[in-house]
Design a protein around this ligand. Structure first.
Ligand SMILES: Cc1cc2nc3c(=O)[nH]c(=O)nc-3n(C[C@H](O)[C@H](O)[C@H](O)COP(=O)(O)O)c2cc1C
Length: 437
């Protein structure tokens, strides 16, 4: 069970101080990058192509910040732009399909660059409105060559004109150095997601040499979706406490111009206002947008998100990244024993060409030599299942999504528009959520 201190909506109801703030709305605040004025709502990156270009573009059109994700962009490009990056890779490595050793499977850096440039530039060309589009780049996608692949991903996104990069899923101690000689190093907005003050301090210390501070820090608490920057003791932590520690540190170091952007469990406009009143300059949100038409999740999967009860949402260790991950417990990926998809994908292969799913899979194959279909319970093939939307990663408050819409006579919940959810965050007061027309 999660302790009540983690339920920000509960503390809003219980703590009279917050009642005063509830008459305020998020639209009373603005986030400033230099002279640029932004509605302080950032839709977080959700890979693989869950935070689509369409979703990010809506956020930008409405004056906020949207994220695309650079996770598995070669396959995303194949689906969107009719390229054949995955087929080319599979053809090259087909001979290795039955081999347990995946160390020889390398990414073609030229293709990674091309896929990134394609997705980023097509998105940026379509951008309208006064907001921004950033890209979420996860360090944990080590791609059997962590340094060279990450360098190409970061630089190609800048080449293609992205407004900003959010460094995610990792400490990123070397990431600024990878782009410090890029002509857009200073003009693009750069930020990092951290889940502790310590992670932020480490990042600042290691990147001090580049003379470039991050423009913003997303502070992601334990109720967020996707991989968590905590151990299995995540429920012991509380977003507000971590955010306050980071504010105090930045003030003491005279670094308060770095924007602090809390994330994880901010479900209503009033939740968001409570953080802005305390010094945050924007919030990052995601879960509420998973049930929008612009989100990349298939419509039937979105119904599963709506239907979920609190008990259906689990944090487990099946991700081969080593980070705990929150997901719906009926995700088809859990217990699936498919053959590792490294010849096509291979994003989790570490610097030595290893992935813990491969080990788990090979162990089960050895234990059940005569079985055609095996099951692997402790790990999952993250690449294949995320690519096929079979791993339903979600935020803690997914079980509240049903209260944000209407249920039709056919038993189906109505999908929302990104604009509706965005505006609900922007204009709602008194901890209310507006239902669609
Ligand atoms: C379905 C889903 C997928 C996500 N995938 C990623 C990801 O690929 N990279 C990342 O940094 N954060 C990811 N996140 C975290 C969000 O970007 C965001 O920080 C967080 O979920 C905000 O909390 P909320 O969902 O309670 O609003 C994901 C969240 C969700 C709900």
């Amino acid at each position: 069970m999660v302790s009540t201190k983690n339920h920000s909506h509960k503390s809003l109801e219980e703590n009279p101080v917050y009642w005063v703030e509830m008459t305020k709305k998020l639209d009373d605040f603005r986030l400033y990058f230099g002279k640029q004025e932004i509605v302080p709502i950032m839709i977080g990156g959700m890979g693989v192509d869950i935070s689509t270009a369409e979703l990010a573009l809506e956020a930008a059109r409405l004056g906020g910040i949207g994220h695309i994700s650079d996770a598995m962009l070669p396959t995303v490009a194949d689906r969107r732009y009719d390229t054949d990056f995955v087929k080319t890779k599979l053809t090259q490595y087909k001979y290795n399909l039955e081999n347990a050793d995946k160390t020889g499977i390398k990414f073609d850096l030229g293709q990674v660059a091309e896929a990134t440039r394609l997705h980023v530039s097509k998105t940026m060309e379509a951008k309208r409105g006064s907001g921004m589009v950033f890209v979420n780049i996860m360090e944990k996608l080590t791609m059997n060559g962590p340094k060279e692949t990450l360098t190409v991903r970061l630089r190609s996104a800048l080449d293609a004109g992205i407004d900003g990069i959010t460094l995610a899923a990792g400490l990123h101690l070397g990431s600024f150095a990878m782009i410090e000689d890029h002509p857009r190093f200073c003009d693009a907005k750069l930020g990092i997601i951290v889940s502790s003050l310590r992670a932020l301090q480490l990042f600042l210390r290691k990147t001090a040499r580049t003379n470039r501070l991050p423009d913003y820090v997303v502070v992601e608490g334990p109720l967020a979706g996707g991989h968590l920057g905590f151990g299995m003791d995540w429920a012991e932590y509380d977003l507000r406490t971590i955010v306050n520690e980071i504010h105090q540190f930045l003030r003491a170091e005279k670094l308060e111009h770095i924007h602090v952007i809390p994330a994880g469990g901010i479900f209503t406009g009033s939740d968001a206002v409570s953080y802005l009143e305390e010094g945050a300059t924007a919030v990052q949100v995601a879960t509420r947008f998973t049930v929008t038409k612009e989100c990349g999740l298939p419509a039937d999967v979105q119904q599963d998100y709506y239907k979920a009860s609190e008990e259906d949402i689990v944090v487990n260790g099946v991700s081969p990244t080593g980070y705990p991950m929150r997901m719906l417990k009926n995700s088809p990926a859990i217990g699936s024993g498919i053959r590792p998809g490294c010849e096509s994908y291979g994003y989790i292969l570490d610097a030595n060409g290893k992935c813990s799913y491969i080990d788990a899979y090979n162990r089960e194959v050895e234990l059940h030599p005569n079985e055609k279909k095996i099951s692997v319970m402790d790990k999952t093939c993250l690449c294949t299942h995320m690519r096929n939307f079979k791993l339903w990663t979600c935020g803690h408050y997914t079980y509240r999504l049903k209260d944000t819409t209407r249920k039709g006579e056919d038993g189906k919940y109505q999908l929302l528009s990104a604009e509706h959810v965005f505006k609900d965050y922007q204009f709602s007061t008194d901890n209310k959520v507006a239902l669609p027309d």
